[in-house]
Write a protein that binds this ligand. Structure first.
Ligand code: NI
Length: 352
């Protein structure tokens, strides 16, 4: 069975997520079931569409969806099961149900805001209020400590390689702080050693730092002892700047083979989305590319040493957040996923 989840709407403290569950049947045919869930970004609570309705309103809706006037149909608790409820910000409700005797078939009915309003539960009215709320301030808790359940809420990890840079990295930190987003910086040891106070600012802002080697070589061209030296010198430079040794690494160019993986001694965090920001040097090119390729759980590769990359971050982060993405650090993204030294990761594994 596979589960995919796509944010379709986000406002206030609510993210509306479209879930698709594909299960392989005994006959080799896949069955697909989809539905809409409502996620509270403050509590992490996840609610099915049925919770939008007052229980008393359900039989009437079931009768209506069967195209039988509710007045003459005997409202029956054995009505067709409601399979999906989608509430829109205008208060309209689209209800789907499985037709009796025809498993897998769907009947869909749209109720206008007037009809839907009287059927909504207290919870349904709260969701409607949030969908119309002005963008809510995030909870006041320290962002670094904020818990995000990336199985329930769509998450993405923006990652920035090759810094820190004395000019561009502080500009990026300001944008991330304003957007209350967390990110991960894969630093080279040489740049961390050259800009220790910037590396420290990155850590103090709650972002994660990974090892990106000392001199940015293609590690597959080095002997295992030379690979180890690249890693250790970088650990030392970052630890001297920030007080912490990185627990994960990213090989330059994504280049790794079995001897490199064995010599690195840390999990290798690659990426699911390559912005190619260094190539286009153009936000009008790399921002749409990332937005097109993004999926929940992805690590996204960018470079904070490129001024043009910084120039696109406001737009990219705003777009991702408005799609409902929680922008988290790599350790937050992989919470509860055991990371094995020498293994390669590109995104958070999908919920099984
Ligand atoms: Ni690099």
């Amino acid at each position: 069975m596979t589960v995919s989840a796509r944010p379709v709407q986000a406002n206030g403290t609510i993210v509306v997520v479209r879930e698709k569950v594909t299960s392989a049947g005994a006959n080799g045919m896949a069955s697909v079931r989809s539905g809409t869930v409502y996620v509270d970004t403050v509590s992490g609570g996840i609610h099915g569409g049925a919770e939008l309705l007052r229980p008393e309103a359900v039989p009437t809706i079931q009768a209506r969806i069967m195209s039988v006037p509710a007045e003459i149909a005997a409202p029956s608790p054995q009505g067709p099961p409601l399979t999906d409820l989608v509430l829109d910000p205008a208060g309209g409700l689209t209800v789907s149900a499985e037709l009796p005797g025809a498993p897998g078939s769907q009947a869909t009915m749209r109720m206008n805001a007037g009809d839907a309003g009287s059927a909504l539960s207290d919870y349904g009215r709260q969701v409607l209020e949030q969908l119309n709320a002005a963008p809510a301030p995030r909870p006041a808790t320290a962002p670094a400590l904020r818990h995000v359940n990336c199985d329930l809420v769509p998450c993405a990890a923006l990652t920035y390689d090759d810094g820190p840079d004395a000019r561009t990295t502080p500009q990026l930190l300001a944008i991330l702080a304003e957007k209350k987003a967390h990110a991960t910086f894969f630093m080279t040891g040489s740049n961390a050693a050259a800009n220790p106070s910037i590396a420290k600012q990155v850590a103090q802002a709650g972002h994660a730092i990974g090892n990106h080697t000392f001199s940015h070589p293609n590690l597959t061209k080095l002997s295992p002892p030379a690979v180890k030296t690249e890693i250790e010198r970088t650990d030392a430079a970052i630890a001297s700047a920030t007080g912490s040794i990185p627990t994960m690494m990213r090989p330059p160019y994504g280049a790794a083979d079995a001897p490199v993986q064995a010599a690195v001694g840390k999990p290798l965090m690659l990426w699911a989305v390559d912005s190619l920001d260094w190539q286009s040097k153009n936000p009008a090119v790399f921002v749409p590319k990332v937005l097109k390729e993004i999926a929940p759980g992805a690590m996204v590769l960018m470079h904070d040493v490129q001024p043009t990359t910084i120039a696109g971050q406001q737009e990219l982060i705003t777009a991702l957040q408005s799609q409902g993405y929680q922008l988290v650090s790599v350790p937050q993204l992989f919470e509860d996923v055991p990371l094995v030294p020498g293994h390669v990761y590109r995104s958070r594994p999908a919920r099984q």
